[in-house]
Design a binder for this molecule. Structure first.
Ligand SMILES: Cc1cc2nc3c(=O)[nH]c(=O)nc-3n(C[C@H](O)[C@H](O)[C@H](O)COP(=O)(O)OP(=O)(O)OC[C@H]3O[C@@H](n4cnc5c(N)ncnc54)[C@H](O)[C@@H]3O)c2cc1C
Length: 412
């Protein structure tokens, strides 16, 4: 393939899409790049939407992946407010919402994910808010100024971060979660209570094991919720954060292999050798884990596109980074690396003090570290990743002993 004469189309103009365009140019691709996104704004990062930008501590300009002029400078055709409505894999064309068809030699899907919708009566009332896009963040920020009480349905990462921002803004907050603890499916019953305590200590009314059955309206606007046990809670707004689902419609319609996202190999190539996927939408084969995983993490959307770009250019490239995630809530900052499914570990070791919220937690199987989370302790995450990568069996007493430097416990 003579790369000067080819067209690479990227569908989805957010972090992964912008990074793919950047990597293609960075790796010397001088063909045509068309980056297409259905949002009105140029590619931006989402973590600030539940943290600094939501809190009004970060300016709007800082959320963008690149300054607006960067795309033209790099000779990238950035089409905003444009949806790709169909892919014809035989003709190798992408159809746009304008009706235009663009031919491609390689196509990258970076269509991301969308918030899962709450399906109860009243869920479509005004004042029922979701958070994925910058406009939704701005709507929630405005709600902080007009509300005295907000309800959060779902105690996942985004719900908890926004709840923390609401508390910082002086709003009374109720968080409703169906599980026994917030974040239970990620952190398990051993560590998840840390986040329950954190929010309760900051004045959140956290109700666990509850089910929302209805959003109550008044004058066409959300005015509270009804729980399965008939409890009624009144509020000025309801924020729903019950997870996200990958945006696979386009890929499904074009007949690509789908299974919890677009199925791709370790080079990020889909079941069609001309189509690749990266970021939240990609269910990627991970060599170390020996299975496919789909990761909705910023770091994944940042790094996978580099691999996708090189694969699209015909190089041999493999994505094998360890999943990495971070959160900030009140005065708690944490990083999590690895992958430990609820049923996949047999031991949890804590180094430090859970009650002081200054610790490292390790999830192990058969003495090997699968995942580690450092809370308010810094500069250790790389060592945790080395431990995971090494596959070494590590003595649990040594792992728990804060006096033993972590890097002495691993061969990597
Ligand atoms: C509020 C919030 C806070 C977060 N905080 C953290 C955090 O603290 N730490 C962390 O690790 N991760 C965090 N994340 C997750 C992280 O932001 C995502 O993993 C990342 O945004 C994924 O990037 P992406 O480019 O793959 O997909 P997305 O960001 O979802 O972008 C996909 C883009 O494609 C567009 N699109 C979809 N279909 C089409 C189509 N057919 N045509 C054109 N365009 C299309 C979408 O509208 C969207 O603009 C957060 C996410 C949110 C929403």
């Amino acid at each position: 393939m003579k790369l000067t004469q080819v067209t690479f189309v990227i569908v989805g103009a957010s972090l992964a899409g912008a990074k793919a365009a950047e990597s293609l140019r960075g790796n010397g691709f001088d063909g045509r790049i068309v980056l297409i996104g259905d949002e009105p704004d140029p590619p931006y990062e989402r973590p600030p939407l539940s943290k600094g930008y939501l809190q009004g501590k970060q300016d709007r300009e800082t959320i963008f992946v690149h300054p607006p002029q960067w795309y033209a400078e790099q000779d990238i055709d950035l089409l905003l407010d444009t949806t790709v409505t169909a892919i014809d894999r035989h003709q190798r064309t992408a159809t746009l919402s304008s009706g235009e068809r663009i031919g491609y030699d390689r196509l990258l899907l970076t269509t991301g994910a969308s918030p899962r919708r709450l399906r109860v009566p009243g869920a479509d009332l005004d004042g029922v808010l979701y958070l994925r896009r910058v406009g939704e963040c701005e709507a929630i920020h405005r709600t902080f100024e007009t509300s005295s009480h907000m309800i959060f349905v779902g105690a996942g990462w985004i719900g908890l971060e926004v709840a923390a921002a609401a508390r910082d803004a002086g709003v009374k907050v109720t968080v409703l979660e169906a599980d026994a603890f917030p974040l239970q499916h990620v952190l398990g019953p051993e560590i998840a209570p840390v986040f329950a305590d954190l929010h309760r200590e900051h004045g959140v009314d956290l109700r666990l094991g509850v089910q929302v059955t209805e959003i109550i309206g008044a004058g066409g606007k959300a005015a509270g919720v009804l729980l399965a046990d008939s409890t009624r809670i009144d509020a000025d707004a309801v924020v729903v954060g019950i997870g996200a689902t990958p945006n696979t419609q386009l890929a499904t319609d074009s007949g690509l292999q789908i299974d919890n996202g677009v199925v791709v190999d370790a080079s990020l190539r889909s079941s069609d050798p001309h189509i690749y996927a990266a970021g939240d939408v990609a269910n990627t084969y991970h060599r170390m884990l020996e299975r496919h995983i789909r990761v909705e993490h910023w770091a994944n959307a940042l790094h996978q596109p580099g691999t996708a770009a090189r694969s699209m250019m015909g190089e041999r490239a493999i994505y094998d980074r360890i999943p990495y995630f971070f959160t900030d809530q009140y005065d708690l900052g944490m990083e999590y690396a690895g992958y430990a499914e609820p049923s996949g570990y047999d031991d949890v070791v804590v180094r430090g003090d859970l009650s002081l919220r200054e610790f490292i937690a390790f999830w192990l199987a058969d003495g090997r570290v699968l995942a580690g989370m450092n809370v308010n302790i810094w500069d250790v995450n790389e060592t945790i990743q080395n431990m995971i990568r090494s596959g070494d069996r590590i003595d649990r007493a040594q792992l728990a002993d804060p006096d033993l430097p972590l890097d002495q416990l691993t061969s990597k």
